[in-house]
Design a protein around this ligand. Structure first.
Ligand code: HEC
Length: 157
């Protein structure tokens, strides 16, 4: 009986390890960290939280703009933006604690939502996220400046 219990414990611990090693499901990461603001299916809330459906796909399809998506998730953003014709004076917290592979799954999930661009975005990988992350910390206001310089307002209005 003791041995059986011990074995059960060991198996449960092993299952935990394999689970942690694999990338989390992007939809699950979204549910846990982003849903409360960006709403179900990335629909957003006009004037408060930007819609992500269709817009992340459009941004992700532009090679030069992909790093911006990673930066927003890791460092958050602070500054005025206009989305769907409504001004947002928002502040998004950063999620530096989400591991590279999970940020990649999360962005891959977001690119499936909404209208797809003619040329679909290449999948995000943990390596791509790692490369952006190791580029050094940015503040939430610097991420906003990056948004301006990349012309995200034109890519995903
Ligand atoms: C507390 C609310 C909140 C949470 C939680 C949140 N966001 Fe945001 N997000 C915002 C706000 C507000 C903005 C706009 C910030 C600004 O105006 O500078 C934003 C902006 C963004 C943008 C940029 C959109 C654009 O038009 O450039 C992306 C991408 C994004 N969020 C993704 C995510 C993801 C992915 C998560 C979960 C890991 C998340 N957000 C969690 C509030 C939130």
């Amino acid at each position: 009986m003791r041995a059986a219990l011990l074995l059960c414990g060991l198996l449960a611990a092993l299952a935990g390890v394999t689970q942690r090693a694999a990338a989390a499901d992007g939809a699950a990461v979204y549910l846990q960290n982003c849903l409360m603001c960006h709403q179900s299916g990335g629909a957003g809330l006009a004037g408060q939280f930007p819609r992500l459906a269709g817009r992340v796909a459009a941004i992700g399809a532009k090679p030069a703009a992909r790093g911006y998506l990673v930066q927003v998730v890791i460092h958050g953003m602070s500054g005025n933006i206009t989305v769907d014709g409504r001004a947002i004076m928002g502040m998004m917290p950063g999620f530096a604690q989400i591991p590279d592979a999970d940020v990649a799954s999360l962005l891959n999930y977001l690119t499936t939502l909404g209208k797809q661009p003619r040329k679909p975005p290449a999948p995000f990988s943990a390596e791509e996220v790692q490369a952006v992350r190791s580029g050094g910390a940015r503040s939430a206001t610097e991420v906003h400046a990056l948004r301006e310089s990349l012309g995200i307002a034109k890519i995903a209005p």
